[in-house]
Write a protein that binds this ligand. Structure first.
Ligand SMILES: *[C@@H]1O[C@H](CO)[C@@H](O)[C@H](O)[C@H]1NC(C)=O
Ligand SMILES: *[C@@H]1O[C@H](CO)[C@@H](O)[C@H](O)[C@H]1NC(C)=O
Length: 215
């Protein structure tokens, strides 16, 4: 008869397989979500929690865009000139490592890693996966050629999937009633020839305006 014994080491392996989180002996960082798509100009909240074994106390915790190496600590994001006015640590020294980053640009698109150091010499941790930030602009996509009578769809294009946004469409600067990513124009006429732009509800950044020509 074969019996399955759950030893401490198999339970660690099971934990990794089931959660994808490497929490060796209680050391771990969990980001929610694991990747983020943000609109240029918006504020991003990176949800984060961390764990460590009992008996340790946190001396220092910070975020970085670099991984720790065998010889050096990664640079602290809050001391980086490109970030220092825009990052805010919303976490604590117990288990919350949530970070806020405002006014994001495409240059911020990279991986972010949380690092924490305890008072004990070997009590340090940084996970290897990090959290991926994608930053998108908005771009109005139109068909190359539009002829009177066509049904036309304009799309508010993004380079990553924003979660649950409501879109706003503008025709010559005036908002339209459509709130979806695609703007459908039925049987177009010269009245539809105009300048179109799109935005996301609650965000100030909008796309460039695109002229729709109707032949
Ligand atoms: C962590 O802190 C943030 C900001 O204060 C809060 O919104 C979030 O709910 C906290 N997360 C947990 C798991 O406590
Ligand atoms: C974005 O969403 C679309 C439609 O739901 C899906 O087909 C596509 O794979 C998603 N792209 C990414 C990068 O998740």
């Amino acid at each position: 008869m074969v019996s399955l014994q759950i030893t401490p080491s198999t339970s660690v392996v099971l934990h990794i397989l089931l959660t994808g989180v490497v929490a060796q002996d209680g050391w771990g960082v969990k980001y929610t979500p694991k990747s983020i798509c943000a609109l240029k100009g918006s504020t991003v909240i990176i949800g984060c929690t961390y764990t460590y074994p009992l008996g340790f106390a946190i001396k220092k915790s910070f975020w970085s865009i670099r991984q720790v190496t065998s010889t050096s600590e990664p640079p602290d994001l809050s001391l980086d000139l490109r970030y220092q006015d825009r990052v805010q640590y919303l976490g604590d020294k117990q288990q919350n490592c949530t970070l806020s980053l405002r006014d994001v640009t495409e240059e911020d698109q990279c991986k972010y890693y949380f690092r924490f150091i305890t008072y004990k010499a070997d009590g340090k941790f940084q996970d290897k996966n990090g959290v991926q930030l994608f930053v998108t602009d908005l771009q109005v996509e139109t068909p190359e050629e539009v002829v009177e009578g066509d049904d036309v769809t304009l799309t508010c294009k993004t380079t990553c999937n924003l979660t649950g946004p409501s879109y706003i469409w503008y025709k010559n600067g005036v908002s339209l009633s459509s709130n979806t990513k695609a703007l459908n124009l039925k049987t177009v006429s010269s009245e539809h020839a105009a300048s179109y732009s799109c935005a996301v509800l609650g965000q100030s950044h909008s796309s460039s305006a695109v002229i729709l020509d109707v032949r």
